[in-house]
Design a binder for this molecule. Structure first.
Ligand SMILES: [Cu+2]
Length: 178
């Protein structure tokens, strides 16, 4: 008997494996992210205002991780909402502005988080970063979406462990039946 594996099944399995890997990325314990490629919280050199964003885009952040801003004095860390982040101001920070480094921020909630240095023009010169934090495994997002659609079974943030197991089991059955 010739074993035949149709392309669609291979694609399906690739999807399953990628999904599992994506979900397990947050399962490996606390990661400390020292902010910036140079591991220093400072005004980026050479006028590169996307320096910290490029760094953030190269990493994955999970609930339970720590964001570490490495500096001593001359800067601060303000966590703000998006509007203030976009405007490079920190008039209504989410938590008190921290002026003595190093500053460690525990990432306790999923969703977008916005940080900037509120001193002088440092923010507009590029000393700011926004990060997207993924939920811990087996949890939904801690920040509820504003208007959840009535039926969205395929939401990537609503995987529970039971659903993951059901998903894998179903995939395996599909695999066996071909
Ligand atoms: Cu600064």
């Amino acid at each position: 008997m010739e074993f035949h594996c149709p392309l669609v099944v291979r694609l399906w399995w690739s999807f399953v494996l990628l999904s599992v890997v994506a979900m397990l990325c947050c399962a490996s314990g606390t990661t400390v992210h020292v902010v910036g490629y140079s591991a220093r919280w400072d005004v980026p050199q050479n006028g590169n205002t996307s320096f910290y964003q490029e760094w953030a885009n190269s990493r994955s952040f999970c609930v339970g991780d720590i964001l570490s801003f490495n500096f001593t004095t001359g800067h601060d860390v303000a966590q703000v909402r998006k509007a203030e982040y976009d405007a490079c101001t920190a008039k209504n920070p989410i938590s008190p502005v921290l002026g003595n480094g190093p500053v460690d921020v525990n990432l306790t909630a999923s969703g977008e988080h916005y940080f900037l240095c509120s001193i002088g023009r440092h923010c507009s010169l590029g000393q700011h970063v926004s990060i997207s934090v993924s939920p811990a495994p087996g949890e939904g997002p801690m920040i509820a979406p504003p208007t959840p659609p009535p039926s969205s079974p395929a939401s990537t943030h609503s995987f529970s462990e039971a659903r993951v197991f059901a998903f894998i089991l179903l995939s395996f059955l599909v695999y066996l039946s071909t």
